[in-house]
Structures are given as C-alpha cells and as structure tokens.
Design a protein around this ligand. Sequence first.
Ligand code: SAM
Length: 225
Amino acid sequence: MPGMYFVSLEEGGRTRKELATRNLVRGYSVYGEPLVRVNGDEYRIWIPYRSKLAAFIVKGFRGDFIRPGSSILYLGAAQGTTVSHVSDVVGLSGIIYAIEISRVAMSELLGVASRKKNIVPILADARRPESYMGRVLQVDYLYCDVAQPNQAELFVNNARYFLKEGGKGMIAIKARSIDVVADPRRVFAKERDVLKKGGFEIIDQRELEPFEKDHMMIYAEWKGT
Ligand SMILES: C[S@@+](CC[C@H](N)C(=O)[O-])C[C@H]1O[C@@H](n2cnc3c(N)ncnc32)[C@H](O)[C@@H]1O
C-alpha cells in the first residue's frame, strides 16, 4: 500500500520483515520505535502491539486506506502513536485532523504535531462533531479508536459531517468497552449493524489477536444517508 513498507531486519543471523513508514522528520522517534536506514532513507518500525492500524495491516488488510496526499479525520488520537505513522504516510501534501478529548494526552500530541506539520490537533469530544465543524474540512478517510460504548454511533455521526461520499472509514471495536460480559462476537455483530444502518458498506473485518485481545477492526465504505 502506498507509503507503507515492509523492511528487512537482521537479528542473530536471522532476517525478519517489519512494517514501517518512511520518517517525515529524520532522526525523530515518537514512542521509542526503532529507526532503520535503507538506501539512504530512514524508516520507523510500526509496531503492531502499539498500533491497531498496524495490527490490521500485519493481519492482512490490503485495501485502499490513506496514501500520500490524503486527508483524514482521526478520532481518539491519544498521544499520537498511530497518528505519527499516518502522518508519515500522508506526507506534507496530506492532512490529519486529530481529535482527542483528554488534556493529558493532548499535551503529548501537541509535541508530536510541533514536529510533524501535517497534524492538526483538536481538543474536542468526538460525540460532538458540530463543535469542530469550522476547523475540519471534508476528508477522504475517517479513523476511529476511542474505546467507548457508543463508538459506532459517533463514527457514523462524524461520517455524516465530514466524510466524502465514497470515502473509507476504519473503526477499532473493543468488545470489553461496550459490554464486559457479552460474547465479543455478539458485540461485533451489533456494532456492524449500527454501521450498516448508518450508511456504511462493510468491506473487510479482522480480529486483532494476538496483538490486541477482543478487538476487531472494521473497514467500510461510506455510502451516505
Ligand atoms: C485506545 S486510545 C487511542 C490510541 C490511538 N488511537 C493510537 O493508536 O495511538 C483511545 C483514546 O480515545 C480518547 N477518547 C475517548 N473518548 C473520546 C471522545 N469522546 N472524543 C475524543 N477522544 C476520546 C481517549 O482519551 C484515548 O486517548
């Protein structure tokens, strides 16, 4: 997929392939991830145990999701771990609107955004997209990882405001955040229903084991309402 790479690493006489993005800011490691030089370019290893988007790709996702020049609305940016790799992928001709509700997480995200100039950090509640309407333009992609009970509803609601028709969305569903006792498969089925009724057509879905327990990533196309 454009902007995403598998680089070969040698360790103890063995070679293994790791997912990576080309570093937008040479020498800058955001969360302690290794930096690797290949043919004069620098790559950041994208660790699937730290990023659900990386886990989804390592588990075989190969659809159309972000490329150089893309615009993306990212809900639940946290300290910017995954956002920082998305920033590498979309490059300086792309833009990431990064929504985060926690002031503590936002203070770290601001540090990342000061180095990576395509990130627009926005302290806001993703349940209230109208509150950032003036600051976010229509986007090609929507990504959601807020680990909240009502995340499928807020995902649909944000798509109504900001996702271009035919745009793609990706949502990480954490079963235990929605219902601690229910069978995760029932929880995933219920969330898929909310997405379909809301106007998404589901294209791909994968559980994220062994990287994340009881998590599913759903990838869908926005058909509008
Ligand atoms: C699982 S973490 C996100 C990790 C991040 N996506 C990454 O991979 O680097 C969930 C984040 O969502 C944020 N969050 C929870 N509810 C939210 C809401 N209603 N609006 C915006 N952010 C929210 C939390 O503060 C937390 O930082």
